[in-house]
Design a protein around this ligand. Structure first.
Ligand code: G3P
Ligand code: CA
Length: 265
């Protein structure tokens, strides 16, 4: 019988709603974020892409194809790269129907719309996606956070697979809480201590794929004052294993399941 054997305060643990409550509603829509808020998640995860006219939007893929009806609305614009559309064009798309007809009419949200929805009910866990394809993304992100009074608060974490993006953010704001993501491909053949030493120069935490996490990684990260937030954890057995290893939070499509294990629901 699997139980949580680690001693910790559940309130100190970060429940991060991956793309919103994305097991239950279309990822990166206000419906998905609202569901996650209703479940009491601590953080709403937002993947950022930038439109042709420089607006920050919540979207995971570089292309609009998988999660919108772009193929139908703009048949001549394959492969529907979001950065080649204006915000006005993207706002005409349906980002909900692919998941279920009851979500028809959901839009691709702007970061500002997400901030307006989340307000002070939860915190934001924002990822700079494909930053090398979006010069200026970090600067614009800092501006939006500043306009909303979120800089210098503990209400935002920024994550990226790109060390360069995080280093630029560190230059722009010395207090922002930054998390270096690691995929299995990125770390293959690399020395773990060297990777963590490098991350500790600019980041406050690491976000490894869940299969990369073992006791040694958590200890070595914590020794460098880096928190550990694995992604993406949907199975109960994985949640319990990672909790017992001492991670400080995790990304999940099912915030309600994690809240149940933490006895917060
Ligand atoms: O934050 C971890 C996770 O967001 C990285 O994976 O889904 O954005 O490719 P993904
Ligand atoms: Ca992400």
């Amino acid at each position: 019988d699997l139980t949580v054997t680690r001693e910790f305060e559940p309130q100190e643990f970060a429940v991060i709603a991956y793309r919103g409550a994305s097991a239950y509603a279309p990822e990166h829509t206000l419906a998905s974020y609202a569901k996650a808020l209703g479940m009491g998640a601590d953080y709403i995860e937002v993947d950022l892409q930038m439109t042709q006219d420089g607006a920050l939007i919540a979207l995971h893929d570089v292309s609009l194809e998988r999660t919108t009806d772009a193929e139908e609305v703009y048949p001549d614009r394959e492969p529907w790269i979001a950065g080649l559309f204006t915000l006005e064009e993207i706002k005409r798309l349906d980002a909900g129907s692919w998941f279920g007809e009851e979500y028809a009419g959901e839009e691709v949200p702007t970061l500002q719309e997400v901030i307006d929805l989340v307000g002070r009910d939860a915190r934001l866990y924002i990822e700079t996606k494909e930053p090398e394809a979006h010069p200026g993304m970090e600067r614009r992100l800092i501006e939006v956070l500043d306009e909303n009074g979120l800089l210098g608060t503990d209400r935002v974490i920024v994550q990226s697979f790109s060390p360069e993006s995080l280093q630029l953010l560190r230059e722009l704001d010395e207090d922002l809480f930054l998390v270096q993501l690691y995929s299995p491909e990125m770390v293959a053949g690399q020395d773990r201590e060297e990777l963590l030493d490098a991350a500790a120069e600019y980041a406050n935490g690491i976000g490894p794929d869940k299969d990369l996490v073992d006791a040694g990684l958590v200890q070595e990260a914590n020794r460098r004052n880096l928190v550990v937030h694995p992604y993406t954890v949907n199975e109960r057995a994985d949640m319990l294993r990672l909790l017992n290893l001492g991670v400080e939070g995790m990304f999940t499509d099912m915030p309600d399941h994690l809240m149940g294990i933490l006895q917060r629901s």
